[in-house]
Design a protein around this ligand. Sequence first.
Ligand code: MGD
Ligand code: MGD
Ligand code: SF4
Ligand code: MO
Length: 746
Amino acid sequence: MRNTTRRDFLKISGAGAGSLLLAGPAIKAFSQIAGDDTIHPGEKLHRTPTYCEVCFWKCAGWVYTDKKGRIKKIIGNKDDPHCNGRLCPRGTGGVGMYYDNDRLQTPLIREGKPGNQYFRQASWEEALDLVAKNLDKVRREHGPECVALFSHGTGGKIISHLLKAFGSPNIAAPSFAQCRGPREVAFTATFGEDVMSPERTDIRDTRCLVLIGSHIGENMHNGQIQEMSEAIDKGATIITVDPRYSTAASHSKYWLPIKPATDLALLLAWMHVIINEELYDKKYVEKYTYGFRELKDHVKDKTPEWAYAITTIKPDIIRKTAREMAHAAPAVIVHPGRHVTWYGDDTQRSRAIAILNALLGSWGRRGGFYVPEKAHLPKFPGPAYPKPKRSWKDAFPGKYKLVNEVLSTGICDATIPNPEMGCNLKAWIVYGTNLMASLPDQEKTLKAIDNLEFLAVIDTMPMDIVSYADVVLPECTYLERYDVIRTSPHREPYIALRMPASEPLYDSKPNWWMAKELAKRLGLEAYFPWNNIEELLDWQLKHVGSSLDEMKHLGVKKLKREYDDLYFLNGEDYEFNTNTGKIELYSTELANEGFDPMPDYTPHPEPPPGYYRLNYGRAPMHTFSRTTNNPNLWELKKENNVWVNPKVARIWGLENGQYVWLKNQDGVVSSFPIKVRITERIRWDSVYMVHGFGHKERQLSRSYGRGASDSELITRIAEDPIMGGTGMRGNFVTFLTEKPGKEVAS
Ligand SMILES: Nc1nc2c(c(=O)[nH]1)N[C@H]1C(S)=C(S)[C@@H](COP(=O)(O)OP(=O)(O)OC[C@H]3O[C@@H](n4cnc5c(=O)[nH]c(N)nc54)[C@H](O)[C@@H]3O)O[C@H]1N2
Ligand SMILES: Nc1nc2c(c(=O)[nH]1)N[C@H]1C(S)=C(S)[C@@H](COP(=O)(O)OP(=O)(O)OC[C@H]3O[C@@H](n4cnc5c(=O)[nH]c(N)nc54)[C@H](O)[C@@H]3O)O[C@H]1N2
Ligand code: SF4
Ligand SMILES: [Mo]
């Protein structure tokens, strides 16, 4: 990777003046407690409530500390429907985030000239002053809208509040354009509502669960896995469509090893069978949907035989599985998936999934999709936000009309100067997202960073993105802080509290404190009219009949549903939030914007000779790039490997356990080698690896240089024309068995 001209990729530690190695006292204090998680028999432990931040399922739990305040263990809260008392391995291993001795310890400020730059330690006073000074400069010279925030995770909510108060609407997360965006836009176009998180899938009571790629079991979203195993125990049929024999496939009655990038053909053929054999829910379709006749006509020729030629799935299997779904209906779920930015026509594929569910009558039905509810806490007190005069969308006139969240990649584009644009973004705050791992097309991200006047990064760890910051603000982990109340939707509305189990280690601070301090310096105190977050939380909780004191004891509290409508009542009238008030099989919204009103199959690029499609996913014990250095989770999986079909291994003479470098279609070579795993579980036309490995930052003492990064090999994006999602599975790799001549990593 090239260096940016304005900013060197900085090593966060090193022998330079003021480096972290000089943080003697902090390290000493730390090493006394590091790794001491032995629990002595009879030892009395104190417990405090939390909800997990190792992934976005946000399971509620209890953190146990000893008399000296040392964190010993985290266990699930049995009253919480996200986890039912059981955390996943990552949640249990969350303690490792606190004990990781590679953590960021003090604020850091970039010094020196390009080519000779270094980080020096700074006080909070100095670092916050510098951040505020730079944000204020952009505000005065270009307007507040020229500042953008990338934020992922709970703490981002208060930082977002700060940015909205500042006057910028440009707040993006990789969880939209690189994750669930197409599904939300597609389901909203169909049902007038999105799928939400946790997903509103009634897996517990389903009789048939269809997984299109969703690799539940490796994708460890806790409650979802528990419900899936409950459904299997009760005899539910699982149908898994995946080019790879995933964990979910191994629990399935049917595994459909589809040719990658052809799912839309299968979905259309399923609709064809369900309509032609009159297996759809006639009453439901008649009462609730719009455009059935158009749809019937649209899928008339989409026979299983037609789909077979495209997908390699046999016609009789397509028919059999369609009948299984119809037989189970309405207690059937064609799962919407979550990470759905695959091939650029992802909104249309998600539309096909939504339509199939509508034909089966599963939306609003037991064992299908329930109607969730969430608790409504009062918003942050303070004046109304100023009305922004511009937004990132102005950089794309006429585009992205159906996009209801900010595109992270759109922010990058709007940062790179373009003569047709009045104003570019000039400063970024990056909170809790490692953009070098989570955004595709690293060249573009670096180009955008290079054009910034100022970049502040708030993180807990010295991740790759931190190396590009002008100012680094070290946050304490979720185990050492309060955060906003969790109000995620579920079958009933629940609230959950996170509070500190320990004082922050080192000189790290919580997000709310940073936001309040910055607000003070930016003249935005009125938006933070509370002395500390306890005051804010107690005020909010009292509005829903609880209090901070009560929540400290309960951790989780179930509130009453406002409406008794978890499922539609039989024959009930229902107005959907679409143009027609119906479930739109034919989307008037998409038609109005000039897009196909009903999904169609289009072929996607195939790998060139000697190349294989780069497929990626999750491992149960890791979350993205954030856990690979976590001492507890690193123990469980230290590096990723590349899955190769035996046939391909033979052609290339590869052996199990051998290290190779991967080179993609644009000549980009992985910075580090990756171990080969030869397995029948992957099709011959693809290879597979787990995302999140191959860190380049040396301060990550465990994960540096271990395994390869899928992100750096994803240089080609298929952009979804409807919502700007970045299809990332159209990249192809080949094998290099020797280290390439020149060092590729910078
Ligand atoms: N352990 C763990 N669990 C996690 C996370 C984590 O980091 N770690 N992250 C969470 C988040 S935010 C998300 S979004 C989810 C992501 O999890 P999912 O939504 O389940 O992810 P996908 O990327 O859709 O699914 C990956 C699967 O798609 C298959 N696949 C690849 N190409 C195709 C294709 O063309 N057709 C079909 N049918 N299948 C294909 C792959 O073989 C792989 O099994 O996981 C969540 N759960
Ligand atoms: N190539 C490729 N790209 C992907 C994906 C993929 O599978 N492959 N998956 C996509 C998906 S589904 C998603 S949802 C996104 C995920 O994208 P991200 O959420 O950006 O994922 P991470 O790489 O885990 O980065 C999290 C960052 O937050 C930091 N962090 C953790 N806890 C805290 C905290 O309490 N406070 C602060 N301030 N920082 C914290 C971590 O140290 C890390 O730097 O990535 C997307 N991008
Ligand atoms: S699923 Fe696991 S990592 Fe995610 S919030 Fe729950 S316990 Fe934490
Ligand atoms: Mo995601």
